[in-house]
Design a protein around this ligand. Structure first.
Ligand SMILES: NC(=O)c1ccc[n+]([C@@H]2O[C@H](COP(=O)([O-])OP(=O)(O)OC[C@H]3O[C@@H](n4cnc5c(N)ncnc54)[C@H](OP(=O)(O)O)[C@@H]3O)[C@@H](O)[C@H]2O)c1
Length: 344
């Protein structure tokens, strides 16, 4: 028998729109494989919302967004100016999917929506890092109290199962060290500098042209995006209550072609690493460019790759690498979380 899972989707950009596209293509197979049918009962963007307890047409919402329209234009069920909290109040849903912009000052609009959903007894799946970076401990405690689930496997390096490896697959073992390339843009820049012998400025311009770096690349190149992801890994996999201010953060702006060439002569490759190292009972957390031995799994990553290595006491060393050229793997990670909650 198929179980219907009703969801509200907050954010219909790259991640939300591609999630709908995957569901349109995969829904029948998901029903066959897991006995689950996902029904979109509310969708929210900056124009407003569309709501229907019977379910919105996911292909239609996707196509509205592809046509650069607002979801408030959804025929008959669009509501201009309706915000996420009003949507959550007006429909019955099992799960909130948070895919609005990461806001590291207030966490909004995601944080209020997540709090509301948890208090209402809904599960939550997030691609948005903001609420987790700002309020991880509070949200987990609330989820536990409400006996609901929060999943966020797409927040740290998109489709790469960084969170799942650390939280689920190393259960029972101690984590001694984590090394990760969690930011695709900085790995793209350093890899192209290294492999094509071009300057930082040329590689950055290439990343901007490829659409993976913002016009203002500060969050990426100064290390803050990777730092946010390390905060999530520290809180979840390492079980260490952690805030951004616990980390030392250094970006890649000062790495020159000469630095990369010198490292290469020494059999090393400079990579933008996020690291957690267990020392005297606590983790030292940092983001910085590090010269790795050329045979290190992360040294071998290419320009579209991200990766993680977990060093554990009883389970040895586990590495995973993903080639991720766009936002779709993150959308697929959101779907993975939705399935993992309800297929158990
Ligand atoms: N892109 C990636 O590869 C990636 C990877 C991992 C995690 N993430 C995270 O996933 C989230 C979504 O990323 P994205 O690339 O899809 O972003 P995006 O393309 O900028 O889309 C953001 C969506 O949120 C909507 N929105 C903005 N402000 C809103 C508000 N106040 N209320 C309701 N909706 C609002 C936007 O509405 P409009 O459509 O009307 O503008 C848009 O639909 C972010 O938190 C990001 O950090 C992204």
């Amino acid at each position: 028998m198929t179980e219907q899972i009703r969801f509200v989707l907050l954010g219909l950009g790259n991640i939300g729109r591609n999630l709908l596209d995957i569901l349109v293509h995969r829904q029948k197979q998901i029903e066959a494989d897991y006995g689950l049918s996902f029904v979109l009962v509310g969708a929210v963007d900056s124009s407003g919302a569309a709501v229907s307890q019977e379910g919105l047409d996911m292909a239609r919402v996707r196509d509205l967004k592809l046509g650069r329209e607002g979801v408030a234009d959804y025929p008959g069920m669009g509501r201009r100016g309706m915000v996420a909290l009003e949507v959550l109040e007006s429909v019955r849903a099992d799960v909130l999917v948070g895919a609005s912009p990461t806001n590291l000052r207030s966490g909004e609009p995601g944080l209020s929506a997540v709090r509301f959903a948890l208090n209402a007894g809904m599960d939550v799946v997030m691609a948005d890092k903001g609420p987790l970076v700002l309020a991880y401990q509070e949200l987990m405690a609330l989820a536990k109290q409400q006996q609901v689930e929060i999943r966020f496997s797409g927040t740290v390096a998109g489709g790469l199962p960084t969170v799942n490896l650390g939280v689920r697959d190393l259960a029972g073992s101690g984590i001694l060290r984590v090394e990760g390339i969690f930011n695709g843009t900085t790995n793209y820049i350093l890899t192209r500098m290294e492999q094509e012998q071009i300057s930082y400025e040329e590689a950055l311009a290439g990343a901007q042209k490829a659409g993976i770096a913002e016009a203002d690349p500060t969050l990426d190149v100064d290390g803050w995006d990777a730092a946010n992801k390390l905060v999530i890994i520290a809180n979840s996999a390492l079980k260490r209550p952690t805030k951004l201010s616990d980390l030392t953060v250094e970006g890649i702006r000062n790495i020159t072609l000469e630095d990369l060439q010198q490292a290469r002569r020494e059999g090393k490759v400079i990579k933008p690493l996020a690291m957690a190292v267990l020392q005297d009972g606590d983790y030292q957390l940092s983001v910085k460019p590090v010269a790795l031995d050329a045979r290190h799994p992360l040294a071998m990553t290419n320009k579209w790759d991200m990766g993680v290595v977990y060093y554990s006491d009883y389970m040895g060393v586990i590495s995973a690498i993903i080639e991720e050229k766009g936002p779709v793997p993150t959308s697929a990670a959101v779907l993975r979380d939705m399935i993992n909650i309800y297929s158990n």
